[in-house]
Design a protein around this ligand. Structure first.
Ligand code: FES
Ligand code: FES
Length: 160
C-alpha cells in the first residue's frame, strides 16, 4: 500500500508517514492532533467530520489520505486568522447556535464552503447547503441564523 509523507493542512505542509488508504479524519485527529473534526457515523452520513479540500466541503471519514495529498486542506482549527475568529465562528457564538457542540465544527466548515460559493445565500440555499449535516440537539434554526449573520459580516470573503 502506498504511503503519504506530507499533507498540506491549515496553510502549511505537515510531514508524516501514513498508509494512503487511511481516512483523512483519523490522520488529522491522531497524527496531527487536530481534533476539531469529529467522528460521528464514520460512513459519510452525518457531516461531523467535514473539512475543506481546495475550498470544497468533504467528509473526512470517508476520504482517504492518499486522495488529498497535494491538496489544500482546511480544518476548523485553520479558520481563525491572526487570533481573530472567522465570521462564521463569531456568528455561531453570537446566535448561540450550538448546544453540545459536537456537530458544530462540521456545520461551520459546511457553512464556509457554502459562503465561498454563495456569499449571500437565501434561507433555502443555507438549508440546502447544510443538508446532510446532522445536529442531534436540533439547533437548526439558530444555525441558519448564524450563517445568515456570517454572510452579512462578509464571511464568504474570509480565508478558508
Ligand atoms: S463521521 Fe463523517 S460523515 Fe459522519
Ligand atoms: S449542537 Fe449537539 S449535535 Fe449539534
Amino acid at each position: 500500500m502506498p504511503r503519504v509523507k506530507s499533507l498540506h493542512v491549515n496553510g502549511r505542509a505537515h510531514r508524516l508517514d501514513v498508509d494512503a488508504g487511511r481516512s483523512l479524519l483519523s490522520v488529522l485527529r491522531e497524527e496531527l492532533e487536530l481534533t476539531g473534526a469529529k467522528y460521528g457515523c464514520g460512513e459519510g452520513q452525518c457531516g461531523a467530520c467535514t473539512v475543506l479540500v481546495d475550498g470544497v466541503a468533504v467528509r473526512s471519514c470517508v476520504t482517504h489520505a492518499g486522495a488529498v495529498a497535494g491538496k489544500r486542506i482546511t480544518t476548523i482549527e485553520g479558520l481563525e486568522q491572526n487570533g481573530r475568529l472567522h465570521p462564521l465562528q463569531e456568528a455561531f457564538l453570537a446566535t448561540d447556535a450550538l448546544q453540545c457542540g459536537y456537530c458544530t465544527p462540521g456545520m461551520i466548515m459546511a457553512g464556509a464552503a457554502l459562503l465561498r460559493k454563495k456569499p449571500d445565500p437565501s434561507e433555502a440555499e443555507i438549508v440546502a447547503g447544510l443538508n446532510g449535516n446532522i445536529c442531534r440537539c436540533g439547533t437548526y434554526p439558530r444555525i441558519v441564523q448564524a450563517v445568515r449573520l456570517a454572510a452579512k459580516a462578509g464571511g464568504g470573503r474570509a480565508r478558508d
